[in-house]
Write a protein that binds this ligand. Structure first.
Ligand SMILES: Cc1cc2nc3c(=O)[nH]c(=O)nc-3n(C[C@H](O)[C@H](O)[C@H](O)COP(=O)(O)OP(=O)(O)OC[C@H]3O[C@@H](n4cnc5c(N)ncnc54)[C@H](O)[C@@H]3O)c2cc1C
Length: 362
């Protein structure tokens, strides 16, 4: 420890839904702001990943943004009537900013956490500024910064453009181009619908997509969460939830289906300089390959702690599976079963309760 190191009982990394919920509950449990706990976030402003999402993602096209504990989103934004024109990338950051102010949450930004390691029984959190020494850690760094693109042979030879969901701004940039949309999740379908209104598209997915015509029910949500929770409790990587929930058929998705846009092709086997090739030799020339192939958890900074087990994931325990089984000082919130705004809320509470108890702080 050096004179400049900052001591804190708990460091929370990330000020998205998961980090803010955790911070709210730590405050409610009487943990002092500052030397009790601090929240570090490297983004330029409040909003977590929402501040970076594409402009056409509005409060109508998002699945749902659940209230943070103690402050309602709808009442706060007062935008129910104009939801289809309100950008999520504006409304949610605005809500989070007011939330941080209302509850005087000790968020320090921009602070980039480079690495966390074990040092004499404490967790040494090295940042691009100060170093923090903590007794416990709540990691809430989300998935946005780890876009996942699967490897296909020939990818480096492709002369067109390849981009990921994270890079998307709007459909007009593709006008006149043939766009191959890859992926079977909600983002893939929504963006395929958008892009197909301005230009030619083809859709490729690994599995036959399953559409869900009925409304999203709490039972469907619970089944998806239970499946992912089971996986992380076994130390497996969290996996996708769409296989359980199916793809919601909104009016615009129904219209896209009628336009023939959702006629899906199986995954190709190879990328060529001008497009893609399937195993049967069929080829397709495209200008753009748009990977909507998901995200992974941003956990690289925790690598020295060697949390991953032989199953390829981190074995989780605790009431809502937020606690790392091999190191109870560490909770992952917004990971696996809690990677949704509602899940992050609940997990933040569970992590705050369990970690403060484990550390003897109450
Ligand atoms: C395209 C898309 C749409 C989605 N739509 C919905 C939806 O409609 N409803 C829903 O419930 N969920 C949705 N989700 C899931 C969504 O990501 C979560 O619900 C939730 O908002 C994530 O919150 P989080 O706090 O876990 O992560 P984030 O919001 O990503 O916050 C993580 C924070 O950690 C910070 N951070 C990361 N690494 C570091 C580091 N090394 N040092 C310092 N700070 C760091 C980041 O700056 C960021 O502020 C969507 C996800 C995607 C990808």
């Amino acid at each position: 420890m050096t004179r400049d190191d900052i001591l804190a009982d708990i460091v929370v990394i990330g000020a998205g839904q998961a980090g803010l919920s955790s911070a709210y509950h730590l405050t409610r449990l009487g943990i002092a702001r500052g030397d009790g706990f601090v929240v570090l976030d490297h983004a330029p402003g409040p909003g977590g990943a929402w501040q970076f999402r594409w402009p056409s993602l509005t409060l109508t096209t998002v699945n749902a943004v659940h209230d943070l504990p103690g402050m309602g989103f709808a009442e706060h934004t007062g935008t129910a009537d104009a939801a289809d024109s309100v950008r999520a990338s504006v409304a949610v950051p605005h809500y989070y900013a007011d939330y941080e102010r209302e509850f005087a949450l000790p968020v320090r930004r921009p602070v980039h956490v480079r690495v966390v390691c074990d040092r004499d029984g404490l967790l040494r959190v090295e940042t691009d500024g100060s170093t923090y020494l903590a007794r416990g850690l709540i990691n809430a760094t989300g998935t946005w910064e780890r876009p996942f693109v699967p490897y296909y042979p020939g990818t480096e030879t492709f002369r067109g453009r390849q981009l990921h969901t994270k890079d998307y701004r709007n459909a007009d940039e593709f006008a006149g181009e043939h766009v191959l949309v890859v992926g079977g999740g909600v983002s893939a379908v929504q963006l395929l619908d958008e892009i197909s209104r301005v230009t030619a598209t083809t859709w490729a997915t690994r599995r036959e997509p399953v559409f869900r015509d009925e409304d999203f029910s709490p039972e469907i949500g619970r089944a998806a969460v239970a499946l992912v929770e089971e996986r992380v409790r076994q130390g497996l990587p969290p996996g996708s939830v769409v296989s359980v929930t199916g793809l919601p058929v909104t009016p615009s998705i129904r219209a896209a289906r009628e336009r023939g846009v959702l006629d899906r092709r199986p995954m190709f086997d190879e990328i060529t300089p001008t497009g893609v090739r399937w195993a049967d030799g069929t080829t397709l020339d495209v200008d753009v390959i748009f990977w909507n192939t998901g995200f992974r958890s941003s956990l690289d900074h925790l690598a020295p702690l060697r949390l991953r087990g032989p199953g390829g994931g981190i074995t989780m325990t605790g009431r809502l599976a937020t606690q790392v089984a091999s190191d109870p000082r560490i909770h992952l919130v917004g990971y696996g079963p809690s990677a949704s705004t509602i899940g992050a809320n609940r997990a933040g509470r569970a992590a705050a309760l369990e970690l403060t108890r484990h550390l003897g702080l109450r």
